[in-house]
Design a protein around this ligand. Structure first.
Ligand code: ZN
Ligand code: FE
Ligand code: FE
Ligand code: ZN
Length: 265
């Protein structure tokens, strides 16, 4: 029914299982389409611990393409999750233009050198100002959108992962301008169910932010952010309910980075 637009592979060094097991899991879960979106390589040494190397990238591409040719159901899409950070365009702009991805997810995992969603760096949250951190995060999100390098914003409110949330007034003050820029860029956002597996126990983004996105006509898609086969299509029933609660009637599917809207089941 729905496309799972956010799936990792062991190449990123923090996911488990064989790539074919993710496909089998999708078939068992009656998903008709999935997109592999492993963490993009980066030749500048950025966050090396959580991504494939440049040398491994051709293997990633060839593996997904071969899987696509040999799999009837589900349909296999080929994508990538690429981080936005200051200066990332230098590599990403020419590199992305030279690839044949179906989906490019844009995400933010760092504020300066701090991995905001990294459990090993959770203690940093105790030493920073909560509002200033969310402000800075959404300013980065606005810049991400302005690059027009990406099709979909991944896990839009990921700073809430461990429960560090500002008031709704503060949240909306900073999320609003970022969403305006996401809308201007023609990007979609994902309903990422991995948040349900994290301490916050909530889909990214929250209902409040999703309603703000809906008001701006920003399309949605669905992603499990699977890092193991059993997570493919995770809690998509809950994501579908949330989408409808926010007023959505359609979702976005992608092919070669072209977006089409399909009615929600
Ligand atoms: Zn990952
Ligand atoms: Fe991510
Ligand atoms: Fe991911
Ligand atoms: Zn992710």
């Amino acid at each position: 029914m729905l496309t799972d637009s956010h799936i990792h592979t062991y190449l990123c060094k923090h996911a488990t299982g064989e790539i074919s097991q993710y496909v089998d899991a999708a078939r068992k879960g009656s998903l008709t389409e999935i997109c592999f979106t492993d963490h993009a390589p980066d030749p500048d040494g950025y966050d090396l611990k959580h991504r494939m190397t440049m040398e491994e990238f051709p293997f990633y591409r060839d593996t997904i393409m071969e899987l696509r040719r040999n799999t009837k159901k589900p349909a296999i899409l080929y994508g990538v999750e690429a981080d936005y950070y200051n200066g990332c365009e230098k590599f990403l702009r020419p590199w992305l233009a030279a690839q044949d991805f179906d989906i490019v997810l844009g995400s933010i995992h760092y504020i300066k050198t701090w991995g905001i969603d990294n459990p090993d760096e959770i203690s940093v949250w105790e030493s920073v100002d909560l509002e200033a951190t969310w402000k800075e995060y959404f300013e980065l999100m606005g810049k991400l959108a302005d690059t027009k390098l990406y099709d979909v914003v991944a896990h839009l409110d990921i700073p809430k992962k461990f429960g560090h949330r500002p008031s709704s007034v503060v949240l909306e003050k900073y999320a609003g301008p970022a969403l305006d820029r996401i809308a201007t860029a023609g990007m979609a956002i994902e309903l990422n169910t991995s948040g349900l597996r994290k301490p916050v126990k909530e889909i990214y983004p929250s209902l409040a932010i999703l309603e703000m996105a809906e008001q701006r006509n920003i399309p949605i898609c669905f992603g499990s952010d699977s890092h193991q086969p059993g997570e493919v299509g995770y809690a998509f029933d809950k994501a579908l309910t949330l989408a409808k609660e926010a007023g959505y009637t359609k979702y976005a599917r992608f092919n070669r980075r072209k977006q089409t809207l399909t009615p929600l089941p």
